[in-house]
Every structure is written in C-alpha cells, then in structure tokens.
Design a protein around this ligand. Sequence first.
Ligand code: SAM
Length: 209
Amino acid sequence: MNEKKRNFDQAAKTWDSNERRQGLADGVFCAIKDNVAIDKNMRALDFGCGTGLVSLKIQPLVREIVCADSSMGMLEVLQSKIRASDLDNISTLYLPEGELSVISGNYDLIFSSMTLHHINNLEELFLKFGELLAENGYLCLADLDSDDGLFHEDNSGVYHNGFDRSELISLLKKCGFKYLRDLTAVEIEKEIQSGIKRKFTIFLIICRK
Ligand SMILES: C[S@@+](CC[C@H](N)C(=O)[O-])C[C@H]1O[C@@H](n2cnc3c(N)ncnc32)[C@H](O)[C@@H]1O
C-alpha cells in the first residue's frame, strides 16, 4: 500500500492519449454491455469516471448517467467533451475523497473501472453502493486481478495490488450483494522492466442486491 496521493489532476491532461487505457476502457465497456441488459430507462453512475472513457460509451445506451470522481482535473476534461458533443443526459459530480455522502439518488446501473485499487475502505464504498443501487439494478466492478504491484509504474495512491476475485466477492456478499458472475474483461501484456513483459488481467464482477 502506498498512501502518497496520486496527482490525477495533472495526469488528466494527457490521460486520453494513452492507447492502452483506451483499449482497456473499450474492453470493460464491451464486457458490461455483453453481460448486463442495459436499457434506455436506466439511470447509471460511474464511480471514478476519470475523463469518461467508459462513461461516454455507456451514455448513449441509458436515460441518464452521473459521473463521479475525486479529481477536478479529470472532470474538467470530461466536461469539455460533454460540451463539445452537446450531450444532455450526462453530468459530473465532484466527490472529495472520503465524502461518499455527496452521492445520492437511485441507480439502475453502478459501474466502476480501474478505481477500486485507489480506495482504502472498500467495505464503506460497497455499503454506499448498496444504498444507491435500485432493487433490480446491477453493480459492475472492473479492476486488476492480483498484480504484485507491478502494473503501475507509480504506485502512489494505490491501496491494493490488484484483487483476489474470491476475496472481493466475499466482501460484496458481506455488504449485502448477490453475486451473479465474474469474467476476464481485458488481458494486457505490458513491459514491466526493460525487455521483460508480463500479462495482466482485468476482471468484471457483476452483482445485484
Ligand atoms: C485509473 S483512473 C480510471 C479512470 C476511468 N474509470 C477509466 O477507466 O479511464 C482512477 C480514477 O479514480 C479516481 N479516484 C481515485 N480515488 C477516488 C475516490 N476516493 N473517489 C472517487 N474517485 C477516485 C481518480 O481521480 C481517477 O480518475
């Protein structure tokens, strides 16, 4: 665990220029779309939306989407995309760290991509998701399988070196969720040292209340 704060505001400026991130977001989106019956009546929440790489793919499929993040810099990039495309069913929510009470309402689809490893207290977050999720709603969580701390070049702000899926599913059950399924959404090969590559996988866990 590395509690040094990560500067996502700074990273936001060039976030979208990274092809690996774009591919990862595509893979997570496809895994959600192929495994959850998304419909136009749904209200969705993207927790840790970043610049909206996944949110903007879900946006055309739902009635409304709220994109929450603790980085104003990330949200500003997303806001400029929303303005440029004149989208009227998507909004951003600034969520200072540790202030989950800022999120309110009822959501048919709550999803999060590559953000859980930045959250220290997952039990608190999952209990909050339980309050926010509609009775027939879906919770979709995508993040790294255990990565031995090798995925990120800079581990600041990383509280979890990926996850053991069964441990995460146990915690979700403890927080009141019914586990539906898990799958591998994305496989990435990445150079971790000069000339040494390693494969990383990103899971999608789908739950209901
Ligand atoms: C690795 S990025 C993923 C962004 C986006 N989901 C994507 O797939 O491109 C992690 C995001 O989580 C946000 N984040 C980190 N800690 C957070 C917290 N406690 N509450 C809300 N967002 C948080 C960061 O600001 C950042 O935008």
